[in-house]
Design a protein around this ligand. Structure first.
Ligand SMILES: [Zn+2]
Length: 216
């Protein structure tokens, strides 16, 4: 397996993380973010969440701060678009992304999977592609009731410490979600283990992404 080092010549990459709801970025690519900060400490992060009520917004902000604690440079923005109604306010969300693009030119964009069954996730993915036209975009996965997981094609290996931190940070910060039966350590660890098996991860675990286009 050829291993790709995305940051070989760029030790100050600009990384954009987009999530429809509080906790999406953390669930989809939290381990990868932790690994990037460890390996490329000068990375510059822009972290944007597009919805949340008062409580959820606080959780999102605190969780982002914890995940990005050791990042040299970061900006965290939480918008207040109405959850579950994104397709009906798409124009305003698109305006927000266009504004973001004028402010921050990312080397990597993490966004939702384009075939994600949640309408908010799907819209953010679609607007990501239509706003960032010359960028490297990785789509993360969010396990859910809809059963919309597909076969990813890009893997980021994680070790036990990344996994431990990712899960602890999620469970400690998103306390409003604890009543959801799926919001458990088991859920978060099991998908990482499966993706680890698929990518032959030496430390058992991996996050996985859908990469539509890669240019060498
Ligand atoms: Zn979500």
């Amino acid at each position: 397996m050829l291993r790709v080092n995305f940051f070989g010549h760029n030790q100050e990459p600009k990384i954009l993380c987009l999530g429809a709801h509080p906790d999406d970025i953390e669930i989809g690519c939290g381990g990868t973010i932790l690994r990037i900060i460890e390996e490329v400490p000068n990375a510059d992060f822009y972290w944007a969440v597009f919805s949340g009520n008062e409580k959820r917004i606080n959780e999102a902000r605190e969780a982002a701060k914890v995940f990005l604690e050791n990042a040299k440079s970061k900006k965290i923005v939480i918008h207040r678009f109405r959850e579950s109604y994104f397709p009906f306010v798409g124009a305003s969300i698109k305006d927000g992304l266009e504004k973001l693009k004028r402010e921050f030119s990312p080397d990597i964009v993490f966004t939702h999977y384009r075939n994600d069954a949640h309408q908010d996730h799907c819209l953010i993915s679609s607007l990501t592609w239509n706003t960032f036209r010359d960028h490297f975009i990785l789509e993360y996965e969010v396990p859910k009731f809809d059963g919309d997981l597909a076969t990813p094609n890009l893997y980021v290996h994680l070790n036990e410490l990344h996994v431990r931190k990712k899960i602890d940070f999620i469970l400690e910060n998103f306390t409003t979600q604890k009543e959801k039966p799926w919001f458990t350590e088991e859920t978060f660890r099991s998908i990482l283990r499966i993706r680890g098996i698929e990518s032959n991860s030496p430390n058992k675990y991996s996050e996985a992404f859908h990469c539509k286009k890669i240019v060498f």
